[in-house]
Write a protein that binds this ligand. Sequence first.
Ligand code: HEC
Ligand code: HEC
Ligand code: HEC
Ligand code: HEC
Ligand code: HEC
Ligand code: HEC
Length: 344
Amino acid sequence: MSSSDSPTLRKSEFVRSALFAVLAGLLLVAAPAGEASAAYYHDLEKNRQPCSDCHTLHYGEGDAQPPGVEVGGPFQQLLIRATTNKLCLFCHDGSDPKAPDVLASVIMYDGSGDEHSGAGFFDNSGGFANVKGHDLGLNAPTVPFSTRTNVTLTCASCHDPHGTPNYRNVLTAPAGGVGMTVEMARDVFRNQPPGDPPSAAASIAAYRESNEGYKANTSRWCAECHDQLKPSVNNPTNRIHHLIDVPIDGAGYPTDPAHWGGGVGNGFGDVTGDETEGVPRLRFQVSGATDYASARTVVSGNEVMCANCHLAHGGRHEKGLVWPYKDSGGPVDKDSGCNQCHNY
Ligand code: HEC
Ligand code: HEC
Ligand code: HEC
Ligand code: HEC
Ligand code: HEC
Ligand code: HEC
């Protein structure tokens, strides 16, 4: 895995030397804004990220608090806000129409043709338990399907604010160790790239759910933290969990591949929660995909992955599920997702 690890290493070395260069510049003369400041947000491919969006180097050394920086500093890692979650949500809470909104309630994708983004959204900005997905800024003494204990999630538990080779800048090793790269254009394909420079319309197009097609590794990436799923994740002789990476039309499976391929009737519908049974077609994986179009082609051998059923951040339904399988009140869409594949 050393070849896939090295870009990450190079990047963090770059970051350290860039910070050093900026610091040295500030110490010698009142340096003009560094070149990076003229560039765009989190531009993964070109590695252009303005450090000053997130860091301030001399909080409290002058008389005044630096402009645009939260009161009460200096903060850890020279951040401009007290916590990483606050920093990221300053833009990603819906207040900046160019930044994908990840905090409920999200209206940015209304009218886009999709019900949500690829990752869905968090129920609150941190500190409160959320039954509808991942909790931010709250200690989890135990973690489901995991040997890990006392984990407090921040945006930086899963994303590298400085970029990685991975899609959506996800960390290669969120739980340490060797980890799992999930690269854009290798494991995940996209139709529209994000705007450069970012714009509201381009962000809606780039981050809506159907802009991505999945080929490999996203489920195994989740199992980095949910490590107890690793041995059973696609082991047909150890079916203690629903398998992933397996085709819907696998021999002997209790599925209805023709029903999945057809896409009409039991389980399929236009809108989740419209009082008519059926939800939009779930996402799926195509391990032989070579591009966005092939990763999105519906066939009876499409494969199972975590993101069929779960949203990475969370969403409207319990356990971050895409449809209301666990919700109370007997919603008509309760079993819809299951029936797209099983047709019971
Ligand atoms: C999008 C916001 C953002 C941008 C842009 C950003 N950083 Fe950071 N940086 C962070 C956060 C958040 C942390 C703390 C990570 C954590 O919580 O674990 C951090 C941590 C660091 C650290 C501490 C060591 C480490 O890697 O954790 C250094 C050094 C650093 N940043 C340098 C830079 C430089 C230099 C730039 C510009 C080239 C930059 N950062 C741009 C958000 C950012
Ligand atoms: C950085 C480690 C980490 C990664 C990576 C991770 N999780 Fe989690 N997950 C947790 C922790 C910690 C909890 C327990 C606290 C909570 O609910 O947020 C959890 C809880 C959950 C829950 C239960 C949520 C609830 O409301 O009860 C689900 C479902 C879940 N994870 C699915 C996933 C999926 C799917 C992925 C991959 C997209 C993933 N996780 C990736 C750490 C992680
Ligand atoms: C448990 C891991 C995890 C945590 C914690 C997490 N993310 Fe994500 N995030 C992901 C994954 C995985 C994706 C890609 C999902 C997909 O499209 O397949 C993603 C996608 C995104 C996207 C793309 C837009 C979208 O909605 O799909 C943005 C922006 C983002 N995350 C920002 C954040 C911010 C800001 C935070 C903290 C408030 C955060 N993330 C916390 C795992 C996480
Ligand atoms: C100053 C505003 C701002 C801050 C602060 C900020 N973001 Fe963003 N972020 C954006 C914008 C705007 C985009 C859309 C970029 C584009 O379309 O080119 C974006 C895009 C993203 C994406 C999608 C990247 C991709 O591959 O397409 C992720 C993931 C993300 N941000 C995570 C974070 C995290 C984690 C933090 C905190 C460490 C953070 N952001 C802080 C404005 C911000
Ligand atoms: C076919 C749908 C489906 C797939 C695929 C799937 N899950 Fe789930 N998951 C569920 C359902 C439904 C629940 C709610 C509990 C239950 O019914 O077992 C759940 C619950 C969970 C929980 C919370 C358990 C708890 O006790 O709170 C975690 C964590 C989780 N899944 C992670 C994952 C990860 C990681 C993957 C991929 C490796 C994955 N799931 C794949 C449907 C799925
Ligand atoms: C994307 C397609 C898909 C979806 C959605 C789906 N399944 Fe499955 N299911 C499969 C496949 C493929 C298998 C065979 C592989 C396996 O055993 O995991 C399977 C197997 C099963 C099995 C038999 C497991 C065994 O040990 O023999 C059960 C029970 C099951 N699914 C229940 C569910 C339920 C409940 C839901 C909804 C929460 C659901 N499935 C959603 C594709 C799907």
